[in-house]
Design a protein around this ligand. Structure first.
Ligand code: HEM
Length: 148
């Protein structure tokens, strides 16, 4: 059995990338369901929630999973762990807060503010993990490997 450090990083990266994609598809179903419900009811108050669930939930998370698959050293880094924790905490909070605001609860604004700051921190962790870890990953089309 191959237990080289490169193999360990690759396996960790695979698991992390799969986790992002699995969560992304849940947001996809939820966001599209909300879109269908808005259309059926001719009530577009939650359009902002629909848009952010689609773009931050589905599109960005699915892309993250694919990018981490390409850059295993980035995916297996501590920054990537912070990225995951902050993002998964901030996004539901942000969508819930936005929904409350759009339904007239102005008091939800600080929640959205806090969640947005968390989301920004998560995105910065992602960017740093790709910039720093990406350089240590050798990318092949159809196959991701770590550098020797
Ligand atoms: C079956 C799938 C979908 C349905 C039924 C749906 C439904 C809707 C509805 C009813 C609106 C409001 C339109 C209005 O205000 O007049 C909307 C807006 C929007 N949707 Fe979706 N949607 C779907 C999928 C998606 C996906 C996959 C994305 C992005 C990845 C997306 C992004 C957007 C954006 C950006 C807006 C805002 C458009 C604007 O305000 O100009 N939607 N959608």
């Amino acid at each position: 059995m191959n237990t080289s450090p490169e193999r360990c990083i690759q396996e960790r990266a695979d698991a992390i990338s799969r986790r992002w994609i699995m969560i992304a598809v849940v947001y996809f179903v939820a966001a599209v369901s909300l879109g269908v419900a808005m259309g059926a009811n001719h009530d577009f108050r939650l359009k902002t929630v629909h848009v952010h669930a689609n773009l931050l939930g589905w599109v960005s998370m699915a892309l993250t999973g694919l990018i981490y698959r390409l850059y295993p050293s980035a995916a297996a880094s501590r920054l990537a762990a912070w990225h995951f924790a902050l993002y998964q905490f901030a996004l539901p909070l942000m969508l819930g807060g936005l929904a409350a605001m759009m339904l007239g609860q102005r008091g939800a604004e600080p929640v959205v503010g806090l969640a947005s700051a968390g989301m920004l921190a998560a995105v910065v962790c992602f960017a740093l993990s790709v910039w720093l870890g990406g350089r240590r990953s050798v990318v092949h089309f159809g196959q991701a490997q770590t550098a020797q």
